[in-house]
Design a protein around this ligand. Sequence first.
Ligand code: IMP
Length: 213
Amino acid sequence: MSARTTPPLPPKPERLLLIATHNPGKRRELTALLSDLPVKLVDLLDVGISEAIVEPYERLEDNARWKAMRYAERTGLWTLADDSGLEIDALGGAPGVHSARFAGPDADDLVRIRKVLELMADVPWPQRTARFRCVIALARPGEPPVLVEGRIEGYIAFEPRGTYGFGYDPIFYIPELGKTMAELPPAMKNQISHRARAARKAREILKRWLAGE
Ligand code: IMP
C-alpha cells in the first residue's frame, strides 16, 4: 500500500447479545426470530455461566426484568431475558409463572403435560381457554430494562398432538388454525407465537439501540 492510500478501517467489533437462558427451545426460537439483526447471539453457557437461573418473583414481568438486569451487570453485555408461561383459566391462571417447575423440579415436558391433562380431565371444551404469555426484558448495563410482551390465546386439548416445539406445545390448541402449537413447523410457530410477538417488539428496540439511540 502506498503512503498516499487511506488504510482500510479496522472491522467493527461484533455486538454481542446475551440470551439469558439455558432452555435450548427458547434459544433456537429467539435465534430465528432475531436472525436479521447484526448481532451475535450468545447464551449463558457460551459465556461460562452454568448455574441454574433463579426466578424469584410471582410475575413474569418481574422475573424477566430481574434476569436481564442481573446478567447485563454480571457480563457487561446487552442482555435479553424471556420469562414465559401458560395460563389456564380453569386452573386460576396456573401453571403461569411456575410453568417450568409445575410438576416438580425433576419432571420433564411429558410429566408436566400429563399433570395438566389430569387436572383438566373433567373440564368441558368451552372452559378450556388458555394463553401463552411471553415477557421479554432488554437491558444494557447500567440502564433500566425495557419490557415488551406477546401472547396467544387458545384451548387446552384433551390429548397431546404434534412433535414440533417444546414444553406445553402439544396440548395448546389454536382454534384459528385447527392445530396444536406442536403441529406447527418452526417457521409457522415463529410467525404467531407469544415469543414471536414479543420478539418482534424487542427487535424494534434493538434496531434503535444499534442505530445509536
Ligand atoms: P421459563 O423458563 O420460566 O420462562 O419457563 C417457561 C416454561 O413455560 C417452559 O419451560 C415451558 O414449560 C413453558 N413454555 C414457555 N414457552 C413455551 C412455548 O413456546 N411452548 C410451550 N411451552 C412453553
